[in-house]
Design a protein around this ligand. Structure first.
Ligand code: CO
Ligand code: ZN
Length: 332
């Protein structure tokens, strides 16, 4: 079962793309006691290793970066103008509270005299950090600083919502799995950087590790809300075994490997075809001469909003599934 205190600290940590060090340090503090080696590579990927005896290497990867708003310019009155870091929705950014790494708080708004909310672009947004002059603003924030949304951890029975389920929930799953798994293979848990900017971190990590198998963990969209497009995946029916997303077609041998491990331990899984968006799965697959790469996803509603919602049953089943895969003796 997921350690809820650990999970909350992992999902709360500041860590937009390219600024993952705080999140990395928190994850490291939880995972290090169960590993033989823990280090950051040049790009900032956090790599936690548990050695086995089989001579085979399994890489598990979950991205630790989150989306944010980067400061582009500061005006005479101290308002901050921004550009997106990752897939930020302009409309959903309006009227939200944000925080910078140094603790500076602000609120996002836009000037509504000329345009309707549905007509604005990211250029129309500004962050108000409560100052009156450029000088006051510059004492708190610099061009290039990145703000993240602030939101509460919402508990709705088994379903829980938070801004960083994509993809810290998978980071927490990996930490929990590393705690208890007993594998005869070398296990490399890789907490990757810069996924939200186009899966930039996972490839170099995979190149260096050269695993026999990679299993990425991420969230996937669902087809169980009122007007959603046709999609097979629902919250609460188990983690998914990915068949395809925009970055990858998962080899049949890898999908069967994951499904067999699930079956053996009576873990419910769903087949997943993601219509939109890619994952670290694809860049790892195309590293070196090609690497066997698959993906387990946590079904998630409202991805890339401050209320990303998952079901704790799926989360706990994902922990079991990761462990089950790593404890298989024969790899695909
Ligand atoms: Co994302
Ligand atoms: Zn993600």
């Amino acid at each position: 079962m997921m350690d809820m205190q650990m999970m909350q600290n992992v999902i709360d940590a500041y860590g937009p793309s390219g600024r993952e060090q705080t999140a990395s340090d928190i994850i490291k503090s939880y995972v290090a006691p169960y590993c033989d080696e823990v280090y950051n590579d040049v790009l900032g990927n956090l790599i936690a290793v548990k050695h086995g005896t089989s001579g085979k290497k399994i890489m598990l990867s979950a991205h630790m970066d989150q989306i944010g708003l980067i400061v582009v310019d500061i005006d005479e009155k101290g308002f901050l103008y921004v550009a997106p870091v990752g897939g930020i929705s302009t409309i959903l950014s309006v009227a939200h509270e944000v925080a910078f790494q140094n603790g500076t708080r602000g609120v996002v708004s836009y000037e509504n005299k000329t345009k309707k909310l549905t007509e604005i672009s990211i250029m129309d947004l500004f962050i108000d950090i409560g100052v009156s002059t450029k000088e006051e603003a510059e004492a708190k924030v610099s061009v290039g600083d990145i703000a993240i949304f602030v939101s509460n951890f919402v508990e709705m029975g088994k379903k829980v919502a938070h801004r960083t389920m994509d993809d810290r929930i998978s980071c927490a799953v990996l930490v929990e799995a590393m705690k208890t798994m007993k594998s005869e293979h070398d296990i490399y848990a890789v907490f990757t950087v810069q996924e939200e900017l186009g899966t930039r971190g996972a490839g170099p990590a995979a190149y260096a590790i050269e695993p026999d198998l990679n299993i990425s963990l991420d969230v996937c969209s669902v087809g169980d809300t009122p007007e959603s497009v046709r999609e097979h995946v629902k919250l609460g029916y188990g983690p998914t075994v990915k068949a395809k997303d925009a970055s990858v077609i998962v080899p049949v041998s890898v999908r069967e490997f994951i499904k067999k491990a699930a079956q053996k331990h009576a873990i419910p899984v769903q087949d997943e075809v993601l219509r939109f968006g890619g994952t670290d799965t694809g860049v790892v697959q195309r590293t070196r001469g090609g690497i066997l790469s698959g993906c387990i996803s946590i079904p998630c509603r409202y991805i890339h909003t401050p209320v990303e919602t998952v079901d704790m049953d799926d989360v706990n089943a994902a922990v079991k599934l990761v462990i089950a895969c790593c404890e298989e003796k024969v790899l695909p």
